[in-house]
Design a protein around this ligand. Structure first.
Ligand code: SF4
Length: 371
């Protein structure tokens, strides 16, 4: 398929017609979920929701790693920064609220924060200074692989990692088991599956009888993925289908998986606003304890309890949005008190957050009404 066909409007409309027919054949409304900010960006940027049948709801789940970084995890980074260490992290993390402070607030009070684009860059900063440099390592398995690589590459002694990496497959279990969940199928992210392989979703499908389709990120990748997903739902044939074979294989990138699981162990932990997710967090194995910032710095979260939380924080419904129960239009702060320049919740901070994406592109455009 040529690059143009990935964005060919005629092809997209033809797939939209197929989607419409398939949904009609089920005779009911269908809700499916994707778990990736890049999918939501493409859906919103290209106005794909205007092509979806009205009876098909395509919901963004907990696919924004910044958004699911929990409040105490941000607090940990703020407390380490307060001890004089340099925090190296991705730009999106700066404004994510902790219980009383974000890293941006800490920076305004004199903390040293470096914005990096890769874990390797954090190591380079550590090599250029005698100061302690802590990589505040966020992201899903795709990013965790890059963190694992620098840990295995003999980083300098003044480098350590505060890992808040998350692992996607376990949170899909949580969503599927929520009593209020309406999700009948998942569109899985092609880049994560490039690492894990398509086979990682087989046990989930076996357990929950919910189909999973792996899709790429061009508009017609997403349309084709949805056609396949709705067809599996209509036919009541829950399978894993790889619609991104130009990058994803059954077994995935075995070398990357080996590095990932050598460095990290999965453990349970909270995802912001969602729930405790068994095996959803990635922590350094004991072998790498000397590089674990949690072991290197004293972290007393109770020291923050004396401060009052930000006034509007209690009204944020990010958790419900990421669980697919509500959308940004249901939040009374959306595009009013909460905007990217002054975010109340994490979903308005990151470029992969649903609220920020809907703020930038609009969420559910009705092109027929505006024609
Ligand atoms: Fe939270 Fe802001 Fe989104 Fe509302 S608009 S859910 S306050 S991030």
């Amino acid at each position: 398929m040529s690059e143009l066909q990935f964005r060919d409007p005629k092809l997209a409309r033809s797939m939209a017609a197929t989607l419409d027919r398939l949904v009609r054949e089920t005779g009911r409304k269908i809700a499916v979920m994707h778990v990736c900010g890049s999918h939501e960006q493409a859906i919103a940027k290209y106005g794909l929701r205007s092509l979806f049948p009205k009876s098909l709801e395509v919901i963004m789940g907990p696919g924004c790693p910044v958004c699911v970084t929990d409040v105490p995890e941000v607090d940990e980074s703020v407390l380490i920064a307060a001890q004089g260490a340099r925090i190296a992290t991705f730009g999106d993390m700066l404004k994510v609220p902790g219980s009383v402070k974000s890293l941006a607030d800490a920076q305004a009070s004199g903390a040293k924060i470096d914005i990096v684009y890769s874990p390797q860059q954090a190591v380079e900063i550590a090599r250029s200074t005698k100061e302690e440099v802590v990589l505040f390592a966020t992201g899903f398995e795709t990013t965790a692989v890059a963190t694992a690589a620098v840990i295995l590459d003999n980083p300098p002694p003044n480098f350590s990692v505060l890992s808040v990496h998350k692992y996607i497959p376990p949170v899909m279990e949580i969503i599927a088991e929520m009593p209020e969940s309406r999700i009948e199928g998942f569109l899985a992210a092609g880049h994560a599956a490039t690492i894990t392989g398509s086979a990682v979703f087989e046990p989930f499908v076996e357990r929950h009888k919910i189909p999973v389709v792996i899709a790429g990120f061009e508009p017609n990748d997403i349309m084709a993925g949805l056609v396949e997903l709705v067809e599996l739902i209509r036919a009541k044939t829950p399978h894993v289908v790889n619609m991104f074979p130009r990058c994803v294989t059954l077994e995935g990138n075995l070398a990357a998986q080996k590095q990932l699981w050598r460095v990290f162990r999965p453990m349970g932990g909270r995802w912001r606003g969602i729930a405790h997710v068994p095996n959803g967090n990635l922590r350094l194995r004991d072998e790498f304890a000397h590089l674990d910032a949690r072991k290197r710095f004293p972290i007393d979260l109770t020291s923050l309890w004396d401060y009052a939380p930000p006034a509007l924080a209690g009204q944020c419904i990010c958790g419900d949005i990421m669980a697919g129960i509500r959308n940004p239009n249901d939040c009374r702060l959306f595009n009013r008190e909460c905007v990217p320049e002054n975010p109340v919740g994490a979903c308005m901070v990151s470029n992969e957050g649903t609220c920020k994406i809907w703020h930038l592109y609009g969420g559910v455009p009705d092109l027929e009404a505006s024609a």
